[in-house]
Design a protein around this ligand. Structure first.
Ligand SMILES: [Zn+2]
Ligand SMILES: [Zn+2]
Length: 622
């Protein structure tokens, strides 16, 4: 079994809990780096430390912060660029820009539930003398925008506490924190922080430490080899991403340097759509011979005007059916208005319907607060006749996990409305928050197998005017690339499957947000997807505010291979919390309601992950 701590030099220790906590000793006093959870207390006791008087944090993530109140006399130091994400977290939790229409991931997720009182903030080159040691701060962004590395010169050696820049030789803890745009929005920036990460790793290398100590991960005694292997793997993984990326159609200039790389799928021209189709914004409209309209998606009020114009021009008599491809705001924002204007049947796949009928239950990229009424929920393969066309609905986890596809057959052609899932250049998997799973029968693998089977003559994307199709060779190229990605991304993470490092929502709360009344009971489900090819155990425990005076019991479950399971918690909301007018999390003293962050502590297959995810309770009048 792994020891609880290891000694790096006479005065420097590392406690190995769910993260590594650095312990720099000066007799019975200590300076801690990334103290998180409570298990490090036993190590402090064993080392005879009675006064852990300074705490330094490499970055603002909740899973490397204590998760308990820090005593008044403890001196806390954080990266200057992230100080607000320690001291003023209420801004994040209460500002709708961090809740809806999420295209910006500065900052990303894992914000602290409770603010921490900060004494010192550090910028590049800051030095801290502690006992016989000197600490030097290096700004090393990448995993987060303001992450720092603490170099510690002590006992004649130099150690680097690198945060989550690197996990182990050639490995990263996860890559969704690297979802950052350079010339585009963060939403389009898959692995977009890789250059920043590379520069930061090079800066650490230049400092010539004898060992790297990551927040998550393993102490690395050969920094050069650890960094080189990671940079090689990242470059390879990124090349495998670009090779079949749909973004090459939208932003060719971003990928100019990759042109002609071996294995990159060539991009063919599209073809004109049939005459009975219209395309406005992200909406496709089918007009039948009796002038009825079948409409797909409604992202803006302008679409409603365009349809009314078609009616005025005598091209369309009425809208009789409406299909929603997926939950993204540019496809659903104006649906409530559309439904009022055109009282027709609304149809969506069951996975899509779950989000658009109750968006408050989810926190996902590009999510809209607009609530859609769904009249008919389809399952994979449901078929119906609409005028002279045969429609068949599919679950189609392409651009997002929450996505449908529609096959429309008529006039001897087979049209597949793929939502935002393909362009002529390949697949739309540029945002890791969209949950593009790798593996057989999930994600784009499932979508491509369906396209292979259905052989549509025309594929339509909501953002592309032309129709297109894929040859057997192109489909084979995309499937081969996905299979290769499953391997090369798995090698990049300390997990037995790539999806743990890529699927930000493999553990999630449902509902993400809910209104609760004091004296009532909140129902909270914590869902876990086992991406492994073997059974896995998981434990979950929602962490309630201390002042509520109660705790939830941790709950454990076993998940069969490649399945999703979960835990259902019934959480009574105390009356007193409301009467006191005091909200220990996110005090909002001027109003009678407040948002309370409920972090959820997760252990997966014996590995503690700390406060890995969260739910939001919105306290109402009761
Ligand atoms: Zn982190
Ligand atoms: Zn979309």
């Amino acid at each position: 079994m792994k020891p609880h701590f290891s000694q790096l030099s006479e005065h420097l220790y590392v406690h190995h809990g769910h993260v590594n906590t650095g312990i720099l000793c000066d007799r019975d006093h200590a300076l801690l780096i990334d103290p998180s959870g409570t298990t490090f207390q036993t190590t402090l006791a064993e080392l005879g430390i009675t006064n852990a008087e300074r705490m330094l944090f490499t970055h603002h993530h909740r899973d490397n912060a204590p998760g308990f109140p820090i005593a008044e006399n403890v001196h806390v130091g954080v990266p200057a660029k992230e100080a607000p994400w320690f001291a003023e977290v209420e801004t994040f939790w209460n500002d709708p820009q961090y809740r809806w229409h999420l295209y910006n991931y500065h900052p990303h997720n894992l914000m602290l539930a409770d603010a921490i009182r900060v004494a010192d903030t550090y910028t590049e080159g800051a030095q801290i003398t502690w006992g016989s040691a000197v600490l030097t701060v290096l700004e090393t962004p990448g995993h987060t925008d303001g992450s720092v590395t603490y170099l510690i010169d002590v006992d004649g050696k130099r150690f680097a506490f690198t945060g989550d820049l690197i996990y182990d030789e050639g490995k990263l803890w996860e890559l969704y924190s690297l979802q950052k745009g350079q010339q585009t929005s963060d939403y389009h920036g898959f692995l977009g922080a890789r250059d920043e990460l590379k520069e930061s790793l090079e800066k650490v290398r230049q400092a010539s430490p004898t060992a790297l100590i990551p927040t998550h991960g393993v102490v690395m005694n050969d920094p050069d080899k650890a960094i080189d292997t990671l940079l090689d793997r990242l470059a390879y993984c990124y090349d495998k991403y670009v090779s079949i990326s749909a973004l090459r159609h939208y932003f060719p200039q971003l990928f100019a340097e990759f042109e002609g790389h071996p294995g990159h799928m060539p991009i063919r021209e599209g073809k004109p759509p049939p005459e009975f189709l219209r395309h406005f914004g992200t909406t496709w409209i089918i007009i039948s011979e009796n002038d009825e309209a079948f409409v797909m998606d409604c992202g803006s009020p302008n679409i409603i005007k365009q349809i009314q114009q078609l009616q005025a021009d005598g091209e369309v008599s009425e809208v009789t059916q409406f299909w929603v491809t997926h939950y993204h705001d540019d496809h659903v924002n104006a649906i409530p208005e559309f439904q009022e204007t055109f009282p027709c049947e609304t149809i969506a796949d069951s996975v899509v319907a779950a989000v658009i009928t109750n968006p408050i239950g989810f926190r996902l990229p590009c999510i809209s607060p607009s609530v859609t009424r769904v009249d008919r929920i389809t399952q994979d393969g449901d078929s119906w006749q609409w005028n002279e066309f045969t429609m068949t609905a599919y679950y189609f986890p392409g651009q997002t996990y929450y996505h449908g596809g529609l096959l429309v057959e008529g006039y001897g052609i087979r049209m597949f409305f793929a939502g935002d899932s393909f362009t002529m250049a390949g697949i739309d998997d540029y945002c890791s928050g969209n949950r593009n799973l790798l593996g057989a029968d999930v994600g784009y693998e499932k979508c491509l197998r369906l396209i292979q089977e259905l052989k549509p003559t025309h594929i339509f994307n909501c953002h592309v005017d032309s129709a297109f199709d894929f040859t057997d060779d192109e489909i084979a190229c995309m499937l081969d690339t996905l299979a290769e990605r499953e391997k090369c991304y798995t090698a990049l993470f300390p997990w037995d499957h790539a999806n743990y490092g890529m699927d930000e929502h493999w553990v999630r709360c449902y509902p993400y947000e809910q209104e609760v009344a004091p004296g009532g009971t909140a129902q909270l489900r914590v869902e876990v997807t086992n991406h492994s090819y073997e059974p896995r155990t998981a434990t979950a425990q929602p962490i309630l505010p201390a002042s509520w005076g109660m705790e939830t019991a941790p709950s454990e479950t076993t998940l069969p291979p490649r399945t999703t399971g979960g835990f259902d918690f019934s959480i009574p909301i105390p009356v007193g919390v409301f009467l006191l007018g005091y909200f220990p999390r996110l005090p909002n003293s001027c109003t009678a309601s407040g948002r309370v962050v409920i972090p959820v502590d997760i252990t997966y297959n014996g590995r503690p992950l700390g406060q890995f995810r969260e739910a939001i309770f919105v306290l109402t009048g009761g």
